[in-house]
Design a binder for this molecule. Structure first.
Ligand SMILES: NC(=O)c1ccc[n+]([C@@H]2O[C@H](COP(=O)([O-])OP(=O)(O)OC[C@H]3O[C@@H](n4cnc5c(N)ncnc54)[C@H](OP(=O)(O)O)[C@@H]3O)[C@@H](O)[C@H]2O)c1
Length: 220
């Protein structure tokens, strides 16, 4: 709710199931169907288990900046051959499904929501944290960067959507940089398999320079 944004939430079960969350978030939040939320957003954040990507409403997402937080997890999502063999990425599959009039920007996928909630800082703060983004549309990346600025984050552009693999699960930029411990303290993190104690660690800032260095370490 940072930055005076109004938020429209949706899920698969219907807006009535979000009443408690809406009450908790306050008067700038409301709940709607997925199609209504997609139509309402200046920015639309898609955060569903990846296996649900082809049930998202396509028509209202046309011409929108679609921020894709998803990570593919074979255990949760079932095996998807093109992802298992590395020939494409989950965000590219979402882009294909939505069609080229929607502009997918991969972001937020490499930071746990509990860390995201506390690492925001004003522009210029010494301990401001940076988040990587990837996307094929320059204007949509500028638009996403604007949102992250409102939310209190810097942005590092990792390149086209295919480069989202540089901050996918198992890469150095995934999860670990946003904790109080150095990234090297962790092995390769996968979705849902954070090592014991990971979430009890304090969040720790990661600068744009650190994120750039970690992206460069990832194999392409
Ligand atoms: N949790 C994190 O901190 C985090 C961080 C980075 C990235 N991610 C990624 O973000 C994605 C979501 O993770 P999560 O932890 O938020 O999962 P989650 O707790 O299982 O929540 C998923 C949400 O998606 C909704 N949903 C499922 N199918 C839908 C559909 N077809 N249309 C509309 N809404 C639908 C669910 O609604 P119902 O409950 O009504 O079914 C639920 O609200 C995953 O790909 C994950 O890897 C998560």
């Amino acid at each position: 709710m940072n930055g005076g944004l109004h938020i429209v939430l949706s899920n698969s079960r219907g807006p009535q199931t979000l009443a408690n969350l809406v009450a908790e978030l306050g008067p700038r939040a409301r709940a709607a169907t997925a199609a209504e939320a997609a139509a309402a957003g200046d920015w639309v954040v898609v955060t569903v288990p990846f296996k649900a990507y082809d049930s998202l409403p396509r028509e209202p997402l046309a011409s929108k900046t679609v921020i894709d937080t998803s990570n593919y997890s074979p255990q949760r999502d079932g095996g998807i051959q093109a992802l298992d063999n590395g020939s494409t990425t989950s965000s590219e599959l979402l882009q294909q499904y939505l069609g080229e009039s929607a502009h997918v920007v991969k972001a937020f996928n490499n930071i746990h929501h509990q860390h995201l909630a506390v690492l925001n800082r004003p522009a210029g703060a010494e301990d401001r944290t940076a988040l990587p983004i990837a996307g094929d549309n320059t204007e949509a990346k500028r638009h996403a960067t604007e949102l992250f600025g409102i939310l209190g984050y810097d942005t590092v552009d990792a390149g086209p959507l295919a480069q989202g693999r540089r901050f996918a699960p198992g890469t150095p930029a995934y999860g670990a940089p946003y904790t109080e411990l150095p990234s090297e303290s962790f092995g390769s993190l996968a979705p849902g398999s954070a090592p014991a104690g990971f979430l009890s660690l304090q969040a720790g800032p990661a600068s744009a320079a650190e994120i750039r260095a970690l992206l460069a370490k990832a194999q392409n």
